[in-house]
Design a protein around this ligand. Structure first.
Ligand code: AMP
Length: 278
């Protein structure tokens, strides 16, 4: 992978990189298309990273569809595909981690201990192997975006980070490889995540600025879908992931919830200076 990447860059091509865990959907492909539009050569990786899964999570049953994914990436014009075996990324005895202190314990990092450490460690390893000029991530994983930006800054990775918008199903559900776990009833129940985010946005458009009031309204909306168990609903600063009291300077509204045993996340970014309607 590194030889191929270096050869392309020697030819003066800008290398764009899209890391994924496979089971590709339109969300992933939107990142590939953004990379394709901005870069002379595009690399993608497919690696179900064991260290970002907790002991009781879905590592074993995580959907895997390598041949289908490979074809999709080929159709999008991806030149380089990196799909290493686990032992290559984590050689026996590997004990070195990349931890972004503080941030790694917020949002998903708080609910899923070790998850964000797994993410920053594998993204570091992938950056070292692929040596991209630009890497593309989805806004869907907002905590991941914040922590990777911070890591790149702290460790001086020579990589530009580009964040692409959340791609949704027609009814608003954020696309996710984990949506495949949902039965039709759960698929319907899962809409409460997006519905609640839209409710918060609407309240902000109507002039509400207090995060506590917005969170209370969101929690109330969740009670209407009792089969869905809320993990967190938070309004935070998108960079530090710390809660904000007032959304006037912009904020990240982030939600995670269990539909059955499937954990789904979603978010919306409130822009700075969103003003009350006159
Ligand atoms: P994953 O395979 O879940 O690790 O995701 C790989 C990349 O695709 C990450 O940067 C995700 O944020 C991004 N991604 C996943 N779902 C979506 C979506 N619905 N819209 C945009 N990006 C997404």
């Amino acid at each position: 992978m590194r030889n191929a990447s270096r050869a392309a860059r020697r030819e003066g091509k800008r290398l764009g990189f899209v890391p994924t865990m496979g089971a590709l959907h339109e969300g992933h492909l939107s990142l590939v298309r953004a990379a394709r539009a901005a870069c002379g050569i595009v690399a993608a990786s497919i690696f179900v990273n064991p260290t970002q899964f907790g002991p009781n999570e879905d590592l074993a049953k995580y959907p895997r569809s390598f041949e289908r994914d490979r074809k999709l990436l080929e159709e999008e014009g991806v030149e380089l595909l990196f799909a290493p075996p686990v032992e290559e990324m984590y050689p026996a005895g590997a004990v070195t981690w990349v931890t972004v202190e503080e941030l790694s314990g917020k949002l998903d990092g708080r609910s899923r201990p070790g998850h964000l450490r797994g993410v920053t460690t594998i993204v570091s390893k992938l950056f070292h192997v692929v040596e991209p000029d630009v890497a593309f991530f989805g806004q869907k994983d907002a905590a991941q975006v914040a922590i990777i930006r911070h890591m790149v800054r702290d460790l001086k990775f020579p990589v530009e980070i580009v964040v692409c918008p959340i791609v949704r199903e027609a009814d608003g559900l954020a696309m996710s490889s984990r949506n495949a776990y949902l039965d039709p009833e759960q698929r319907r129940q899962a809409l409460v995540l997006h519905r609640t985010l839209m409710l918060v946005k609407e309240l902000v458009d109507r002039g509400e600025r207090r995060a506590a009031t917005l969170v209370a309204a969101a929690r109330e909306e969740f009670t209407r879908e009792p089969a869905v168990r809320l993990d967190y609903f938070e309004i935070v600063d998108a960079g530090s992931l710390d809660p904000v009291e007032d959304v006037s300077s912009g904020a990240l509204v982030a939600v995670a919830a269990y539909v059955g045993t499937t954990r789904l996340i979603d978010n919306v970014v409130l822009p700075c200076n969103s003003r009350a309607q006159s």
